[in-house]
Design a protein around this ligand. Structure first.
Ligand code: F6P
Length: 539
C-alpha cells in the first residue's frame, strides 16, 4: 500500500509516532496526585503557562516534565506547529486525500488579523483584506442604525455555528450592552421558539438578521419564511427589516430581499465563524463596534500565541496536548468544560460544537479508519451550579472526567458585597480552586461511601476579568486547541459530513408529511418512516 503524505509531506500517523509508544508506557503509571508530597505548592507554582491575558494552571493534571516533553515530541513528529503555520498562512487544510472533499483553506484567523504583525503570506493577506472590508461595512451599517435609532431589538435567525457562537458571545458581553438594545435568538424549527420569542416583540422595532452560510438550512429557511409572513401580516415591509449574513452566491444572497447583505466565505467554517459578522453584528449592535474590535484583538492575541514554539506561551497547544494525554493515554471519554462565570453560561454549548463537530471523526486525512480515539464528548455548565448537579459523578463516579475550568479574578459588574469576611467573587473563586485540589488529591476514609479516589485531572484558565478581549482570547484558545488536536491525530477537523445523513432521512419524512397535506411531488415510499409516523395517529 502506498503511504499518502500529509500537508507537511510526512507519512507518519499518530500510532506510528515514537512519542506515542513512549507515552503509552508512561500512561501505565501516570503521576499520582493522591500520593503524599506529590501535589505540592511548588508543583502548582511550576506547572503554569501564560498568554493573551490568561494564566494556564496545570499542576493538577497527571503529568510530569517527562510527560510534557514526550507530548511535545508527539506534536513535533506530527508537525503540529508547522500545520498551524500552514493553516494561518492559508494553505488548503480542509481535505481528505484521494476522495471528494471540501478542499478549502481554513482561515478564521484572518477574520481578526488586523493588528500587530499580520500574517505575511499572500493568501492570508488577501483573506484579511476581504474580512476587514466586511468589518468596515458592518461599522458603517451599525453607525447608521445608531443614528436612525429605529430598531431596539435584534432577532438572530440561525442554527449551529450560526447561533451557538453568537449566543455565547451575547451572554458573555451583556455587561457591555446598551440599555436600549435587546437581542433574541431563533434557532430551532420548533414553532414554539418563534411563538414564544415574537410574542413580546413590537415588530416595527425589530431588525431580523438571518445567518446561514449555505443559505439553505431547513430550520433557518423555515423560520425566516414564517417571520416574513408575520411581518407581512403586521403590514410591515420585511425587506426593510431583514439583513442576511451568508456566503456569496448562496440562495440567500439576493439583494431584493434584504436591507443589507454581509458575506461569509468558504475559507471560514460555520462553527469557526463567530468572530466574523456572524457574531460581530450582534456585539456591534448591542454593545457598540469598539467592543467587537476589542473582542477581535483578543482573538488575534491568542492566534499569535498559537504560533509560539515555547509551550509555556502557547496555551492552545498546551490545552491540546493535555487533552490528548487524557483522551488517548489515560483513556478518558469526556471533557467537562466548567466556566466559573455565569456570563459564560452558553460557552460550553458553543465549545461542544466547535470540538465535537470538528474532531468527532473516524477516518484520517487519508481516508483510513483510525486505530485510536479522536475527540472527546464535551459537556458543561457554569460553576458553581455544576457542583450542585453532576460533580457527584466527577468525584466518585466510575468514569474519570477531566475538567477544563475557567475563572476570573474580578467580576464583570464589580457589584459585590463582603459577607462573613469575603465577597461573592471570592466565594466563587474559592470553589474553583477547591474543586481542582479536591479532585486531584481525593480523600481517604474508612467509610467507602465517603472516600474520594482522587487523581481526577483538571486545569484552570485564569484571567483578570471577562472583558471583550478576554472573551476573544478564550474563543481563539478553543478554536486553535481543536485544530492542534486534529493536526496531531492527522484527521480533518474542518468538515462535518457526519451531520448529512440525518438531514437526508429527515427530508424523506418531511416529504411523507407533505403528502398528507396533498403535496406529493417529493414523496417516495419510506416504510421505516411511515412506521414511526403511524404512532402519531394514536396520540
Ligand atoms: O448541520 C450542521 C451545520 O452544517 C453546521 O456545521 C453549521 O454551523 C450549521 O449546520 C448551520 O449551517 P448554515 O450556517 O449553513 O445555516
Amino acid at each position: 500500500m502506498t503511504m499518502l503524505k500529509d500537508v507537511t509531506g510526512s507519512t507518519l500517523s499518530f500510532n506510528a509516532c515514537k512519542a506515542t509508544q513512549k507515552l503509552q508506557e508512561m500512561a501505565k503509571a501516570p503521576y499520582d496526585l493522591t500520593k503524599e508530597g506529590n501535589l505540592t505548592p511548588q508543583r502548582l507554582a511550576k506547572f503554569t503557562a501564560e498568554a493573551a491575558g490568561y494564566k494556564f494552571l496545570y499542576g493538577t493534571e497527571r503529568v510530569t516534565e517527562e510527560t510534557m516533553h514526550a507530548l511535545m515530541d508527539l506534536a513535533g513528529e506530527m508537525h503540529a506547529l508547522e500545520k498551524m503555520e500552514k493553516m494561518q498562512a492559508g494553505e488548503i487544510m480542509n481535505f481528505i486525500e484521494g476522495y471528494p472533499s471540501e478542499q478549502r483553506q481554513v482561515l478564521h484567523t484572518a477574520l481578526r488579523d488586523f493588528f500587530d504583525h499580520p500574517n505575511p503570506a499572500k493568501a492570508a493577506i488577501e483573506a484579511t483584506q476581504t474580512a476587514r472590508k466586511e468589518a468596515e461595512k458592518l461599522k458603517a451599517f451599525i453607525s447608521k442604525l445608531d443614528k436612525d435609532n429605529r430598531f431596539t431589538d435584534l432577532l438572530i435567525v440561525g442554527i449551529g455555528g450560526s447561533e451557538l457562537g453568537p449566543k455565547a458571545q451575547y451572554e458573555a458581553l451583556k455587561f457591555h450592552q446598551k440599555p436600549s438594545r435587546h437581542v433574541h435568538f431563533i434557532g430551532n424549527v420548533d414553532p414554539d421558539t418563534i411563538a414564544s420569542t415574537v410574542r413580546d416583540l413590537h415588530l416595527k422595532k425589530v431588525l431580523v438578521v438571518v445567518i446561514s452560510k449555505t443559505g439553505g438550512t431547513l430550520e433557518t429557511a423555515t423560520n425566516e419564511e414564517v417571520l416574513r409572513a408575520l411581518f407581512k401580516e403586521a403590514g410591515i415591509k420585511a425587506e426593510e427589516h431583514f439583513v442576511a449574513i451568508t456566503a456569496k452566491g448562496s440562495p440567500m444572497d439576493d439583494k431584493k430581499k434584504y436591507a443589507e447583505i454581509f458575506h461569509m466565505w468558504d475559507w471560514v467554517g460555520g462553527r469557526f465563524s463567530s468572530s466574523s459578522c456572524v457574531g460581530g453584528f450582534l456585539i456591534a449592535f448591542a454593545c457598540g463596534f469598539d467592543t467587537y474590535w476589542d473582542f477581535l484583538r483578543g482573538c488575534n492575541a491568542m492566534d499569535k500565541a498559537a504560533l509560539q514554539k515555547d509551550l509555556n506561551k502557547n496555551l492552545p497547544l498546551l490545552g491540546a496536548l493535555l487533552g490528548i494525554w487524557n483522551r488517548n493515554f489515560l483513556k478518558s471519554v469526556i471533557l467537562a468544560v466548567i466556566p466559573y462565570s455565569q456570563a459564560l453560561a452558553r460557552y460550553p454549548a458553543h465549545m461542544q460544537q466547535v470540538d465535537m463537530e470538528s474532531n468527532g471523526k473516524q477516518v484520517d486525512q487519508q481516508g483510513q479508519l483510525v486505530d485510536f480515539e479522536t475527540g472527546p464528548i464535551i459537556f458543561g455548565e457554569p460553576g458553581t451550579n455544576a457542583q450542585h448537579s453532576f460533580y457527584q459523578l466527577i468525584h466518585q463516579g466510575t468514569t474519570p472526567v477531566p475538567l477544563e475550568l475557567i475563572g476570573f479574578k474580578n467580576s464583570q459588574f464589580g457589584e459585590d458585597r463582603i459577607l462573613h469576611g469575603t465577597t461573592s467573587q471570592e466565594k466563587l473563586l474559592s470553589s474553583l480552586f477547591a474543586q481542582s485540589i479536591a479532585l486531584a488529591t481525593g480523600q481517604k476514609n474508612e467509610n467507602p461511601n465517603k472516600a474520594f479516589p482522587g487523581n481526577r485531572p483538571s486545569h484552570i484558565l485564569l484571567a483578570r476579568q471577562l472583558t471583550p478581549f478576554a472573551l476573544g482570547a478564550l474563543l481563539s484558545y478553543v478554536e486553535n486547541k481543536i485544530a492542534f488536536q486534529g493536526f496531531i491525530w492527522g484527521i480533518n477537523s474542518f468538515d462535518q459530513e457526519g451531520v448529512q445523513l440525518g438531514k437526508t432521512v429527515a427530508n424523506k419524512i418531511i416529504a411523507r408529511f407533505a403528502a398528507q397535506h396533498g403535496e406529493t411531488a417529493g414523496a417516495q415510499p419510506f416504510p421505516l418512516g411511515d412506521a414511526l409516523l403511524k404512532h402519531l395517529e394514536t396520540l
